[in-house]
Each structure stands twice: as C-alpha cells, then as structure tokens.
Design a protein around this ligand. Structure first.
Ligand code: AMP
Ligand code: ZN
Length: 471
C-alpha cells in the first residue's frame, strides 16, 4: 500500500517495521464538548485506513486513540460548568462513543485518557528524561522545552529556523507557525486547577506531551509506524510531539505521518467551535439524515482534499446507497443455477480495482466508483437474465469485502433496522412538553416523555435545551 507521508511530503510504500503488526497512534478528541462532523471526518477516514490495513493488506493493527481530557479548553469549560474535570469530560467520552458507534467506527485496541495515572507517570518520566538530556528549563513553576537544543526541530512543519525567536516561550496549547517558541511541557497550576505531582513538581501536562508519552507507552517504544490526525495538528502539536519523543529517547519517533484535510462548511470556513459553525452527528441525524449517508459523504472525497459539506450532498449519498441496497435486494430473486463468464470477470476485476484504489493512498472516491461500476454491471446482468446463483454468491462476497473497508452498507443496514422516526413529530412533542413544563403541568410533561420512550426516543435535558436520540 502506498501512503502519503507528511514527513517526506511524498507517497511511499508502507509496511510495518516489526513483522506483521502495524503500530498506529491517532490523536483523539479533546473532550470539552461533543465532537463535530469535522472531527468525525478525520476519525472516519482513519477508521478506513485501519480497515484497509487489516482487511486488504492483512496486517494486524494495534491502534491507540487517546482522549485529551486535560488541556486549556477542558479545564476552562469544566470550571464554567462547575464540575470536576474528570466528571465533566466523562460525558463527552460517552457522547464520542455513541457517535462513533452510530458511524460504524471499529473499536480500537487502546483508548487511553491523559489523566489516567499510568499515563501521567509516563509523561512525568518523559519530562525527566528531557531535563536529563538538557532540553528543558524551568520558569515560574512551569517546565519548558527549549527548541534551540534540538537541531531537527521543525522537520515536520518545515520551519525556517531563521524565523524562530530564541528565548521566547509560549504557555498555550495552540499557536501558529509564525509563533514557533519554547513550549510548555509541565504547566504550573492555579489553586483551582487540577494538579498532579509524580516527580516533576506540582502541575499538569501540556497537551503535546500527552500524546508523545501515551504513544510510546502503549505502542512499545519508538519508532511507531503511523501517527495520524487532522491537518491542523501538523504544527505545533505533532512537531512538538516529535521534539519531545526524540529529545527524550534519542530515536526517531514515527515513520509515517498521515494528515486528513479539513471539513469545511459550504461557505468555505473550517468547521470549528471557535467559528461557531458546528454540527454534531446528532444534529445531522435530527434532520432525518441516515448515519450511513453521513459516513458516505465523509468518504466520498479523498482524505487529502478539503471536503465542503453541504446538506444536498447527504441526500445524494443516501440515493447512491439506496442504489446499492436495491441492487443487493434484487439478487434475492435470482433462482437459476450457475455462473456467467462475463459477470465472473467483472466481479474479479472490481475486487482488484477496489484493492488498487485503496492501495493508492486510500483513494476512497475511486473505490466507491469501482463499487458503483459493479452495481451497474449486476443490474444489467439481472435485466438481461444473464446471472446465476454462483454469480450471486461471488457478487455478495465482493460487496462484503468492499464494505469491510468502507463500512457504509453495514451502517445502512443498522439505520434501516432502527425504528422509523418522523423527526417533525418528535420536535412537536418536545415543544409540547416544554410548554407543559412552563405551565408547571409536570404530569403532562412526563406523559409526553414516556410516550416518546415507548417509540424508542429518549430525551436529554441540558442548559442548551432538550435533545433527543434513538434508544
Ligand atoms: P480536537 O478535538 O480539536 O483535538 O480534534 C480532534 C481531531 O479532529 C483532530 O485530529 C483534529 O485535527 C480533527 N479536526 C478538527 N477540526 C476538523 C475539521 N474541521 N475537519 C477535519 N478534521 C478536524
Ligand atoms: Zn495528539
């Protein structure tokens, strides 16, 4: 399989370093809010990478995907909510798991939280190794990484060393390339912030050290095979991860860096909480969209190209999937025995074409194209009566193979198995319940809630209002 490696800015043949096992680290969600569909573009694309490595290339994949449950944003938001950090982030981990299951993401081998004690200890040990190797200094109770001590600093983001200001330092987790500075490893805390001390002094980890330490701890040392995330992580997050891991171990940290381009809203803005143009998976489903259509849209553009999200594209994706499902359903009616050479050849060439597309740096739109070519060929064969039971078996096998990687047909089957929900009706019930509560008619409010529960719809009340989900 060929994969584009951000480190070399080129497509390279990929094979794991140690035997048949791919050791892969994916930066997971910062659990200060429910993930949006931009986050899930990255997660779905990386799920497909994982599946291609397993089911097409035949590797054993060991994947770590962390939850960033302590950083600038989680601390601020938990304080605003008046909840302890761990309790505050719990709810967004649960929400992530729900959305991930809805979109058919495979469960990965390890999902560490940064605040797990074993991870905090690993971070502390990394900070101590960096201190020992002369890459740090302490100031105002915090420990900083001194970038001028590492000649290779800037290798991933291709920083121009002339532009780096020596001596200046930065405390925040996120900053831009123009502000390449000494960055914080272990941060002094105020009395109202969560604080740990496992030997580096009281404080809390900076965002970047979390991933370096968890990757090396859970993937059995450097160099790991693949490190992945959205393209916004190239700098500073991944650059700093390399600096920390290499400064601490003296070994190259990671062989392949894979970055997924952004999902943008129709107008071309990056979807992000700070812009305020955010839709969650649940927001999309609440408009009556099937999860399978969303997964399809997130895969229909190559992962290294920006994806402009539109509502119309969801409707088109749903129609496209309906064509696949209709074609598969038509196979049930084939009763004649035997196989047809022409169709046998088309199935074989579709399987081959599909694998080639995926091996070419994960060309998902190309692979979908191959799948639809086969849909057309099968429909034509059924129309012409040129299909037998052996063809049907081979065709079903081929689609099963495609779907082990793309995962859109299985999610569509799960969608169709769920009870049909008239979205407008639910919204009306929620409004009626709100009105009942406003006039303090709690009996009526509870009756509406129970009635919805019987139809498989649960309501969740929060400060932002009431949202619903399928049971
Ligand atoms: P965060 O929760 O901000 O740490 O992001 C989790 C993952 O989602 C990271 O890999 C980000 O790079 C990725 N991400 C954030 N915004 C977008 C977006 N608009 N499109 C695609 N990926 C994104
Ligand atoms: Zn990370």
């Amino acid at each position: 399989m060929r994969l584009y490696n951000t480190l070399t800015r080129s497509e390279e043949p990929f094979a794991p370093l140690r035997g048949q096992q791919v050791r892969m680290y994916t930066c997971g969600l910062t659990v200060y809010a429910r993930g949006h569909i931009g986050n899930f573009r990255t997660f779905v694309c990386l799920d497909v990478l994982r599946r291609a490595l397993k089911y097409l290339e035949g590797y054993d994949v060991r994947q770590v995907m962390n939850y960033t449950d302590v950083d600038d944003r989680t601390i601020v938001e938990s304080q605003k909510a008046g909840q302890p950090l761990r309790e505050y982030t719990d709810q967004y981990i649960a929400a992530y798991l729900e959305d991930a299951a809805t979109l058919g993401l495979e469960i990965v081998e390890e999902t560490p939280r940064a605040t797990d004690e074993a991870n905090l200890r690993a971070m502390t040990e990394m900070v101590q190794a960096l201190e020992k190797n002369g890459h740090t200094y302490r100031s105002d109770g915090s420990i900083y990484f001194k970038i001028s001590t590492l000649p290779q600093y800037g290798q991933l983001a291709r920083l121009d060393h002339a532009g780096i200001k020596p001596g200046a330092r930065i405390d925040s987790d996120k900053y831009d390339k123009e502000n390449a500075r000494d960055f914080v490893l272990w941060k002094a805390t105020t009395p109202d912030e969560p604080t740990w001390d496992f030997g580096a002094g009281p404080g809390r980890p900076g965002w970047h050290i979390e991933c370096s330490a968890m990757a090396l701890r859970l993937l059995d040392g450097a160099p790991i095979d693949i490190h992945a995330g959205g393209v916004d992580l190239v700098f500073p997050h991944h650059e700093n991860e390399i600096a920390q891991a290499e400064g601490a171990t003296g070994e190259p940290f990671c062989r392949f860096w894979v970055h997924v381009e952004h999902l943008l809203m129709g107008e071309g803005e990056k979807m992000s909480k700070s812009v305020g143009n955010v839709f969650t998976v649940q927001d999309v489903l609440a408009k009556g969209v099937r999860a399978s259509a969303l997964r399809y849209v997130l895969l229909a553009v190559h992962y290294r190209k920006q994806l402009r999200f539109t509502w119309a594209s969801l409707a088109q994706a749903d129609e496209a999937l309906t064509r696949v499902m209709d074609c598969l359903a038509r196979l049930d009616a084939v009763t004649r025995a035997g196989a047809h050479d022409d169709l046998t050849a088309k199935v074989a060439s579709a399987r081959k074409g599909f694998a080639e597309m995926m091996a070419a740096d994960l060309n998902t739109p190309g692979a979908l194209g191959v799948m639809f070519e086969l849909v057309r060929a099968v429909n034509a064969a059924i129309d012409a009566g040129q299909i037998g039971a052996d063809d049907v078996t081979a065709i079903r096998d081929a689609f099963d193979g495609f779907d082990r990687v793309l995962g859109v047909i299985s999610v569509r089957r799960a969608d169709d198995a769920a009870p049909p929900v008239p979205v407008e009706g639910i919204e009306k019930c929620i409004d009626a319940r709100k009105a009942a509560r406003a006039r303090r008619d709690f009996g009526e409010a509870d009756r509406i809630r129970d009635e919805l529960a019987e139809r498989g719809i649960v309501l969740e009340d929060s400060a932002q209002g009431t949202r619903w989900k399928r049971k």
